[in-house]
Structure formats: structure tokens, C-alpha cells
Design a protein around this ligand. Sequence first.
Ligand SMILES: NC(=O)C1=CN([C@@H]2O[C@H](COP(=O)(O)OP(=O)(O)OC[C@H]3O[C@@H](n4cnc5c(N)ncnc54)[C@H](OP(=O)(O)O)[C@@H]3O)[C@@H](O)[C@H]2O)C=CC1
Ligand SMILES: O=C(O)C1=N[C@H](C(=O)O)C[C@H](O)C1
Length: 242
Amino acid sequence: MKILLIGYGKMGQTLDKMAQAAGHEVVGKINQASDWDNFELEAEVAIEFSQPDAALNNYLACFERGIPVVSGTTAWLADWDKMAAACEEKKGAFFYASNFSIGVNLFFALNERLAELMAGQPQYQLEMEEIHHLEKKDAPSGTAISLAQGVLAHNKRFEDWYLAEFPNLEGSQKENHFPIFALREAGVPGTHSLKYASSEDEIIITHRAKGRIGFAAGALKAAEWLAGKNGVFGMKDLLKEQ
Ligand SMILES: NC(=O)C1=CN([C@@H]2O[C@H](COP(=O)(O)OP(=O)(O)OC[C@H]3O[C@@H](n4cnc5c(N)ncnc54)[C@H](OP(=O)(O)O)[C@@H]3O)[C@@H](O)[C@H]2O)C=CC1
Ligand SMILES: O=C(O)C1=N[C@H](C(=O)O)C[C@H](O)C1
């Protein structure tokens, strides 16, 4: 496929290598808003990993030019309705995942099942922790928010989550709200854990990315899958066909 890379940071550069190794052609790169000026490239798909405040403009630029777009940028979801309206108006194609790793998407299912099992066990208190590299711009991570939404949809005991500043704030839990601790450590690609603790025991589930290859592989798979489709899609659409 002829691929346009939007965002040429850690993910864009990983994708560049992997796309070429898989026999795709990277026809261009956009790494700042002004790179769209005088844009004339032919691309079959764009893969977008930029930054929260740039994402919507990049999607609109792709829809305007009839380029299907796969995006993994996080913390732009307040603009979801604007993206969806533009995608429909332009009969575009859009694929979004807060995390493209296949392992994390299995972990999402595990999280939902555990949340269901915990619905009748109020003696367990829940807390979530995410750890990422020091350059990360958003907190909590998009993946942590997806996990939290999975808990809320599958366990009515919890009403909401909140961003906690420091771990081990014993006794500070708000009634029916669970904390997400967002930690930043050099070089960590992405680790997510959920802990259910009672006075007797603990259940902890963790997904730990070892690098960025899993994210990039999922995004490339999504780009191949999106060809010839119109509409808004996510990992559940892709995975149910496998
Ligand atoms: N869904 C998933 O599986 C994953 C999602 N992510 C998300 O992807 C995003 C990018 O992550 P990562 O690659 O680590 O971040 P980086 O900061 O390494 O890269 C982002 C790049 O986007 C560039 N950029 C800035 N403005 C624009 C613009 N208007 N248009 C296009 N590019 C722009 C930046 O340039 P400059 O540095 O010059 O400002 C930078 O090169 C984040 O939101 C992150 O949370 C990350 C990994 C996996
Ligand atoms: O910024 C990152 O690096 C990552 N961002 C995504 C997120 O916010 O969940 C996915 C992954 O954890 C890496």
C-alpha cells in the first residue's frame, strides 16, 4: 500500500521501518500542520500518531483528500463527534484504537470479564496504574481510559474513575469511584495494571508492552483491513473477523 505517515516521532519512525519491511511504500510524512500546505501526494491510507491537539485537523485534512485514516493518537476524544460528522459528510474511512496491540485488546476482554465477576464482591477495592515514558503528553493514558470504561460498563458498583496524583492514598477513595495512578518512568513503552484488593487477598492483572512493535503491527494490520471500506471502525471490528 502507499502509506502517508502523519506524525514522525517514536511511533511514526517505528511504523516507517515496519511498513517498508512488510513491502509497503511510505510515500510521505506530515510532522507539522504546515506540511499540509501544497500537499499533492497520492496515498492509499494515512497512519496518524501525532499529538492530542493536532489529531482532529489531520483527520479533516485526510477526509478532505479522500485518504482513509488509521489513528492511534490519544486524548483527542472530546472532538469525536466532529470527526464522525466530517467522516460521514465526506464518505471517508476512519479507524481508531487507543491501543493497537493485540495483547492489550485481549487484556480489554479479560478486564471486562473480571469486572463482571467483581460486581457481586464489594469487599474488593479497585485501583488502576499506568506507567509510561517521560515524554508522554497525556494522563491518564488512552488505554487506561478504555480499561476504565470497560470496568464501568461491566460493573455497576463503580460510577466513575478519577486521576490520582500519588500511589497508596489509603482511605482516600471516593465512594464508588476508583483511582487511576499515572506514573512516568524513563523508557517505559506502556504498562497497565488493575488491582482488586480485599483485606484477605489481591487480584492483579497486568499488560506490559516490551516495545512499540506491537502497537505498530496492529496499526499496519488496521491499515490493510480498512482498504475499500467507508465509515468509522475500531479493533473490535477487525478482531471479530479473525
Ligand atoms: N494507539 C496506540 O496503540 C498508541 C498510541 N500512541 C499515541 O500516539 C501519539 C504519538 O505517540 P509518539 O509517537 O510516542 O509521540 P512522539 O511525540 O514521539 O511523536 C509525535 C510526533 O508528532 C509530531 N507532530 C506535532 N504536531 C503535528 C501535526 N500538526 N501533525 C503531525 N505531526 C505532528 C511531533 O513533532 P514535534 O516533536 O516536532 O512536535 C512528533 O514528531 C500519542 O498520542 C500517543 O499517546 C502511542 C503509542 C501506541
Ligand atoms: O504514549 C504512548 O507511548 C502510548 N500511548 C497509548 C495510550 O495513551 O494508551 C498507548 C500505549 O500505552 C503507548
